[in-house]
Design a protein around this ligand. Structure first.
Ligand code: SAH
Ligand code: SF4
Length: 390
């Protein structure tokens, strides 16, 4: 059981090792606004200082206390004595011919995670990672082959957004200091297995004194952690995406081990119960794998599964990963599948394959090893330490 009483016995769920060891020092960027205010108050400073500090951290994306030039030096020194401020370092930047940029970030303890920037005419989206690796182990996903190293802290999730915003502005790719308009938690990791930190990160990202993203423009994707889906729906206003990827328990068990813990019937029940406030619709992601889940019977079962749920379907033709033995269906089959859903009045789009030339497409993120990488075995054998992440 988790601390909140939800049953957790799947290896993709009970994962709670939070971030690099910092000798107990609290990380300023990982604190919700109220906690930062309390810390500043405990130092005998007036409330406006807390707001100034929060804005430096989350509106301007300051990388260090040194940048915060309008905060008194004595206050900054006192802060440095009380707390840490960690910032992601850019380990690599790859730019695709289609405008996509993939960054690999290095955390304070030397872990690597990735974010992907996808510019479109009407929006600029960042795909954010939530964990170093992933324990869920979907058989078609490169991140899943890594195993889980650890959860990202709230600060590390939020900082991906700050670093990307700054870099996009610096490159002059978009106007203004904060060019990103949309966020999708669809990078490395299972966000709902790191729910406690995710919730703090979402609070910061939506806050007026922070980057102030619109709740309609933030989407969290899950492989189907049923009990946490409910909490996300109740406790946050963001949108939900569910990686469905199969229409029978037999196939889903085989490609997404989490289905053995929460099978389709329970997953669909949780989707139906997800509060649809402000007209939020669920996005069902469906990776098309040739000969596995791409038959027209699958299309018809998919339509039946989601009937009655305010939803849209995102079809994602499989992105090839070295060492994984799947194939994408031929383009005609993708069109037939899409048409079969549309004919049943389902809103359906085929997700554009962004950044394939730099391995930045869905399921291709694996900064630290994939199949064949010797580091992989070490990562996969890690026993998830610590308490549940939610
Ligand atoms: N762990 C969460 C968030 C990651 S989102 C989740 O699984 O929902 C990553 C998305 O990419 C998921 O919808 C997943 O099904 C999809 N995906 C994974 N590997 C893929 C691949 N090789 N080709 C296409 N899509 C893939
Ligand atoms: Fe993890 Fe999502 Fe990849 Fe599955 S698809 S292994 S849940 S990141």
């Amino acid at each position: 059981m988790s601390e909140h009483g939800a049953p957790i016995d799947h290896r993709g769920v009970a994962l709670g090792h939070d971030g690099p060891a910092r000798g107990g020092a609290v990380d300023l960027r990982a604190l919700p606004q109220e906690s930062l205010a309390a810390l500043v108050a405990s130092m005998g400073e007036r409330p406006f200082r807390a707001r100034q500090l929060y804005r430096w951290l989350h509106q301007k994306g300051a990388a260090s206390l040194d940048e915060m030039t309008d905060l008194p030096r004595a206050f900054r020194e006192a802060l440095a004595g009380r707390a840490a401020l960690t910032t992601l370092a850019c380990a690599s930047e790859q730019r695709s011919s289609d405008g996509t940029i993939k960054w690999t970030w290095r955390t304070a303890d030397g872990k690597l995670v990735e974010s992907v920037y996808m510019p479109e005419e009407d929006r600029r989206t960042l795909c954010v990672s939530s964990q170093v690796g992933c324990a869920v182990g979907c058989t078609f996903c490169l991140t899943g082959t890594m195993g889980l190293a650890r959860n990202l802290t709230a600060g590390e999730m939020v900082d991906q957004v700050h670093r990307a915003n700054r870099r996009i502005a610096e490159l002059g790719l978009a106007p203004g200091p904060r060019p990103l308009t949309n966020l999708v938690f669809m990078g490395m990791g299972e966000p709902l297995a790191n729910y406690r930190n995710l919730r703090v990160a979402l609070g910061v990202l939506l806050s007026e004194d922070g980057p102030n993203f619109s709740q309609r423009h933030v989407t969290v994707s899950t492989s189907g952690l049923v009990p946490v889906m409910q909490r996300l729906g109740e406790e946050t206003p963001v949108k939900l995406a569910v990686s469905l990827n199969a229409t029978t328990d037999e196939v889903r068990d085989a490609i997404m081990p989490i289905n053995r813990r929460w099978p389709l019937a329970e997953l669909m029940e949780a989707c139906r119960a997800f509060p649809a406030r402000n007209g939020r619709r669920i996005t069902f992601e469906y990776v098309l794998l040739a000969g596995v889940n791409d038959s027209l019977d699958d299309a018809s079962r998919l339509a039946a599964l989601i009937r009655g749920i305010p939803a849209k379907v995102n079809l994602i033709p499989y992105n090839a990963n070295p060492g994984l033995s799947f194939q994408a269906p031929p383009p005609e089959r993708v069109v037939e599948f899409q048409e079969a859903l549309a004919a049943r009045n389902i809103t359906v789009v085929v997700r554009k394959n962004r950044g394939r030339d730099i391995s930045a497409a869905c399921g291709q993120l694996a900064a630290e090893g994939g199949p064949g990488d010797p580091r992989r075995r070490a990562a996969a054998s890690l026993t998830p330490p610590g308490p549940a992440g939610y």
